[in-house]
Design a protein around this ligand. Structure first.
Ligand code: HEM
Length: 203
């Protein structure tokens, strides 16, 4: 079995089975799952950061082949981020009793932005997660690429949600750094295109 297959197996099946097992075990022994599943949210955030940062970094440092190798694992990392986000969101929904309509609206009133950004982040992650497979790519055709753009508002919602959860602004700095990197990526790609059109050669 090659390395890619092992990563695929781990990220698609083994880790989610382990996350589900951990939550169910903690519930069965009557432990508090809150801190465990909040950690899952932190992991989802880090994975999404990796997922998004690797593209501009690999363009800006195009001579470093290691970044290109990492880039080729984006889909697998995305699926892992999806699992962490799903277990974080669904478990906290259960923990906070948000499946009850009354509690849901009560909590929405008291912590509107925090809960709204969490819900929107979950929705975005869910759509991206269920369309991260070959069948969806084939079925959606050109629209698949367009749909992937929802990763940007989703990332913004995750950053706001995290900042609100922790009461600090580190994730806004991450968002700002990402915006600068994307701008630099855009400028470099435009420069390459211009050079190619002018000279007919690659830079
Ligand atoms: C229905 C959706 C969601 C709900 C109800 C929810 C709820 C929560 C709660 C209650 C906390 C802990 C607040 C505290 O510090 O006491 C939290 C933290 C957090 N959530 Fe969510 N969340 C949701 C979706 C998401 C999604 C989709 C992501 C990321 C992909 C995410 C990322 C985070 C992060 C990064 C933290 C901070 C973790 C830390 O302190 O280490 N959340 N969330």
């Amino acid at each position: 079995m090659n390395f890619r297959k092992i990563i695929h197996l781990l990220f698609y099946y083994v880790v989610p089975a382990f996350l589900l097992g951990s939550v169910l075990y903690q519930l069965s022994v009557g432990s508090d799952i809150y801190h465990l599943v909040v950690e899952y949210g932190g992991n989802a955030f880090l994975l999404v950061v990796f997922l998004l940062f690797i593209k501009p970094i690999s363009v800006l440092f195009s001579k470093v082949s290691f970044f290109r190798t990492l880039l080729s694992y984006r889909r697998e990392v995305g699926v892992l981020a999806f699992w962490f986000a799903v277990f974080h969101s669904v478990s906290l929904f259960y923990y906070l009793n948000l499946f009850s309509v009354q509690t849901f609206f009560e909590l929405l009133q008291s912590s509107a932005l925090f809960l709204t950004t969490g819900l929107l982040a979950f929705l975005g992650m869910f759509v991206l997660g269920i369309t991260s497979n070959r069948l969806a790519t084939l079925k959606l055709g050109k629209n698949w690429k367009k749909l992937q753009y929802i990763v940007y508002p989703t990332f913004a919602f995750i950053c706001i949600h995290k900042a609100q959860a922790e009461g600090e602004y580190g994730s806004y700095v991450v968002l700002a750094v990402y915006t600068v990197l994307k701008l630099l990526q855009y400028l470099k790609m435009n420069k390459l295109l211009f050079w190619r059109q002018k000279t007919g050669k690659a830079l």
